[in-house]
Design a protein around this ligand. Sequence first.
Ligand SMILES: C[S@@+](CC[C@H](N)C(=O)[O-])C[C@H]1O[C@@H](n2cnc3c(N)ncnc32)[C@H](O)[C@@H]1O
Length: 214
Amino acid sequence: MSSLRRIYYDLFSLVYDFIIRLHSRDVEGSLRGFITEKTNLLKGDRALDLCTGTGSVAVKLAKYVGENGLVVGLDFSRGMLEKAKQKAVGQDLKHFYLVQGNASRLPFRSASFHGVTCSHAFYELKEVERSNAIDEVARILIDGGRFCLMEHAKPEKLVPRLFFYVRLFFLGSRDARKFLSEGNTIFGKRFKNITKMMSPTGQSKLIYGEKWGG
Ligand SMILES: C[S@@+](CC[C@H](N)C(=O)[O-])C[C@H]1O[C@@H](n2cnc3c(N)ncnc32)[C@H](O)[C@@H]1O
């Protein structure tokens, strides 16, 4: 199932940026700038963009933390990572790495990142993967490091909403609907100072919280 999902995302990578622009009306990348600014990262910090896809957020983060900072974009789809690589070329990013891996088993040392982002992807994980991924994010963050999670708001119109849930059903993300309504509850276990807001586009919502040791 996992390899079928990867094949799906490899194919999706060919049209992904076009579709996301249509859905989010993210004409100038403002949505990616929005999540980046909420990370609270400083110049020189290390950040992970989980399920980075075509790397839009990772590239923004890399510019944000500057040449002394470090950014890793992780994804399990080679197709998505190829697109991310193309996006990063020529942008003069000093410490920018793309890693093929699974969100539920992160290949990084504990407490190695100051911030983690995940945009439009967490709800697509299967329930067990999502639960493992949140534990992994908490593990690799420093105490006080922020996890910023951005998800699509549920489409309001009937046909897009139907398409949205049919896609999630076939991806095996059968509890996505519940997660999108109650996504903040998953934060409660590991994060504090949880904040929720809508994006300026009105098409996505952001939740963030800070890792705490307890
Ligand atoms: C809808 S895309 C979002 C991409 C990107 N974050 C963005 O905002 O444009 C979902 C991404 O999650 C990745 N993904 C799904 N399940 C994953 C997993 N278990 N481990 C790593 N990446 C995964 C897919 O390959 C895909 O690139």
